[in-house]
Write a protein that binds this ligand. Structure first.
Ligand SMILES: [Zn+2]
Length: 308
């Protein structure tokens, strides 16, 4: 085995316990799986995962052991973005929650408000935030390929990196968002602590990601695409609340989320054989049926939490 792919034990990000956990699934990942393709946004789900455990103290589900987060930085930097066709639906889905956060947090003056998205991809949501009139718009994205796809006027608003300590100015943002990002983070406490520092008092955090206790995850079990090497921690509505509270954030709402999705992208997510899926995706390409958009609960949750 390549020595850099030595696996390391992880700890529960809520209570810090290492041992006190129950194994849910055995690992099926091999050293050959650590490629930028595997760590790319919205690739075809391939069910490769680490050993999955659940903390007996607080119920947080995590990968254990995993590779070191330094290697992740390299993999994400070289990762590929695979969601061009779905950008409009993702923007509509995510911006609905941004608007809900604006309302719930009571952000009065949008031109004076700061908006930060961590893991902004090609910056499609930043474009929407600028269009909406946010006074300050910033994105952070480690994938060079994704950032290169951003429009010329968005590019200066993106820092191409992982979020590093001290990178963000203190008390600068009214809203910090993460969409399908937080469960990829190997050290969520370090990230949340940076977010809390960067939020203005009264500002808030909006996190949208998989719900490990959603019906789809319970029904599919180990076949659920959420059990994936890209996910270090997997949250449910209870554990996402606990980790936010651990950082002094006040929970305003935690609920299941609805996605707007095309039938083509829904096919992409279906837990069916890869060969059948590729056949169907090819058939649906550029068809009215494939482009048909529906609203659906896809097993995601969202939380809006406020800095006092
Ligand atoms: Zn725990």
């Amino acid at each position: 085995m390549n020595p850099q792919f030595t696996l390391h034990e992880t700890i529960c990000a809520i209570c810090g316990s290492k041992e006190n956990s129950t194994e849910l699934y055995k690992a099926n990942v091999t050293p050959n799986d650590f490629t930028p393709e595997i760590f790319s946004a919205r690739r075809l789900p391939d069910k490769i995962h680490y050993r999955i455990v659940r903390c007996n103290n607080c119920g947080l589900v995590r990968s254990d052991p995993t590779i070191h987060s330094n290697i992740l930085t390299t993999l994400y930097a070289k990762s590929i973005q695979n969601y061009d066709l779905e950008v409009k639906n993702l923007t509509d889905t995510y911006f609905k929650y941004v608007q809900e956060a604006i309302k719930i947090l009571g952000i009065k003056s949008i031109p004076k408000a700061g908006f930060l998205e961590i893991g902004c991809g090609s910056g499609f949501l930043l474009e929407k935030a600028i269009e909406y009139g946010f006074g300050l718009v910033l994105g952070i994205e480690p994938s060079v390929e994704a950032v290169n796809k951003s429009s010329a006027h968005i590019r200066p608003a993106i820092i191409c990196d992982m979020l590093q300590p001290g990178m963000l100015q203190k008390e600068n943002f009214d809203l910090i968002c993460m969409f399908q990002v937080f469960d990829h983070i190997a050290n969520p406490n370090a990230l949340l602590s940076e977010c809390v520092k960067a939020l203005k008092p009264g500002g808030g955090l909006l996190i949208f990601n998989h719900d490990v206790r959603a019906l789809s995850a319970l029904v599919l079990g180990e076949n659920s695409p959420i059990f994936d090497v890209e996910h270090t921690y997997l949250y449910n509505q209870n554990t996402i609340g606990k980790i936010a509270q651990k950082h002094g954030l006040k929970i305003k709402i935690i609920s299941s989320a609805t996605n707007r999705i095309s039938l083509r992208h829904l096919t992409h997510l279906l837990p069916i054989k890869q060969s059948i899926k590729l056949y169907l995706l090819n058939k649906l390409k550029n068809t009215v049926f494939g482009n048909f958009v529906i609203s659906l609960k896809l097993g995601n949750l969202f939380i809006i939490a406020q800095k006092p």
